[in-house]
Write a protein that binds this ligand. Structure first.
Ligand code: AMP
Length: 419
């Protein structure tokens, strides 16, 4: 497999798929440019070698061209960060992008308009009538799949080589994340530095495990984490269940959870998971106490109670001190740690204590030699909120992509380069 370090980009044009899906305020100012900065090492390597770059990205979930999601809003910021005046192509199924790409000189950068302005990027039909028949839907799907290939081929025609640095979309078989790779030889397609780091971190969690291996699964719902929990049961030594999921497990075990969040249709599933864990010798670590609130609000009245005895009218919004002790003890003794999802409603300052304690224990374990991977949307927000990001081994930029990789699924964006 080709690597970015081994590739000499001198005189070459590289199509680089990045994830510049950054948050913008109402005046189109970037409020967090982490994702752009994350791609800089890759872009700078190519330019430093004497290559030129065609950047492709999505922004938001547009259903067609719209000013709100135009990448022109970020063009100047990318220019500033790269120290190179970035050119822009509005239209890349017409002539504009082909002409601009063909004219690119070493050291120059062309940013393409939002790839998702074209339905072909995602390969999903748009504008189907609500009363479309099944035949019409099938025909539209077939047509878009055909034109998706043409779209990928056109994008590929702008460049001599392809670099995928967009881990966040690696779980999507989109034109620019996967299909495009078919049009490049094995030696001319590779991961960017960010993608390389992400793939390495996931492989370490999946294949190179130092024990004990502890996963902390938090967040709101069991249903959204079920596949990952099942997959982890055959890998981890300890599985800590935290966050809103706690109460589905507690209720399934006969506890009284008051008004806490609960998926009543997942009670049997929770018991099944506990049985599976037992059969596999996995230590399932559940909360024993909770910080409860009399309303879903930061200024609710609060108290600490046993997780099994939450009064009606009250709901658990974080773990309690006993649980914190249990969780952090397990974490401190671990050598591999995966954290996905907060222990409570960390967006409310009065319910951050558990998540912070878990984060701090992970940092401590990491100092003592553990490998720790934090990933999946909210846990990243958590470590950033508590200023702990530098203390863990790796903070993944991928939400859905990371979870699917850990579920054991093949990610199209990775497979397209690795095969
Ligand atoms: P997820 O996207 O599944 O990782 O869930 C993250 C969300 O779960 C965060 O927005 C938390 O506020 C929420 N959450 C965590 N614990 C609880 C809880 N006990 N009750 C309600 N929501 C929770």
């Amino acid at each position: 497999m080709q690597t970015i370090d081994n590739f000499n980009f001198a005189g070459k044009k590289a199509f680089v798929r990045v994830d510049f899906n950054v948050p913008l305020d109402e005046n189109f100012n970037i409020t967090d440019d982490t994702r752009i900065r994350a791609a800089l090492p890759t872009l700078k390597k190519i330019l430093g070698d004497g290559g030129s770059v065609i950047i492709g990205s999505h922004l938001g979930r547009p259903k067609g061209p719209t000013d709100k999601f135009s990448l022109k809003h970020i063009k100047n910021h990318v220019s500033e960060l790269l120290g190179v005046e970035v050119q822009f192509a509005n239209d890349y199924m017409g002539e504009e992008a082909s002409v601009k790409a063909a004219a690119l000189q070493p050291g120059e950068v062309l940013l393409l308009e939002n790839l998702r302005f074209y339905a072909e990027e995602e390969g999903k039909p748009r504008g189907l009538a609500e009363d479309a028949t099944e035949e019409e839907k099938a025909a539209a799907k077939k047509a878009i799949k055909e034109s998706q290939k043409e779209f990928a081929k056109k994008l590929a025609s702008y460049a001599d080589c392809y670099v995928n640095d967009a881990f966040g979309t690696a779980h999507r078989a989109h034109a620019s994340t996967a299909l495009i790779a078919e049009y490049f030889g094995t030696d001319d397609k590779m991961f960017g530095y960010l993608m390389e780091k992400e793939v390495k971190a996931v492989n370490r969690i999946l294949n190179d495990i130092q024990r004990p291996f502890t996963a902390i699964m938090g967040g709101s719902k069991v249903s959204s984490k079920i596949e990952i929990i099942e997959n982890l049961l055959s890998k981890v030594d300890n599985l800590i269940i935290a966050g809103g999921m706690t109460y589905t497990f507690t209720k399934a075990l006969g506890g009284h959870i008051g008004n806490s969040i609960c998926e009543n249709d997942k009670l049997d599933l929770a018991l099944e998971l506990l049985d599976k864990a037992k059969a596999k010798g996995v230590n399932m670590v559940l909360a024993v106490d909770a910080k409860i609130a009399d309303k879903f609000s930061n200024d609710a009245n609060t108290q600490f109670v046993s997780v099994k005895e939450i009064p009606d009218g009250w709901e658990g919004l974080d773990i309690g001190p006993e649980t914190e002790k249990i969780f952090t003890e397990v974490i401190r003794n671990s050598k591999t740690i995966l954290w996905n999802g907060p222990t409570g409603v960390f967006e409310f300052d009065n319910f951050t204590h558990g998540s912070r304690a878990v984060g701090e224990a992970i940092v401590e374990a990491t100092k003592n030699g553990a490998f720790s991977l934090v990933g999946g949307g909210d846990s990243v927000a958590c470590v950033n909120k508590f200023g702990l990001a530098d203390g863990v081994s790796y903070v993944s930029t991928g939400g859905g992509a990371l979870l699917e990789a850990i579920e054991g699924k093949t990610l199209p964006g990775i497979a397209a380069i690795e095969e």
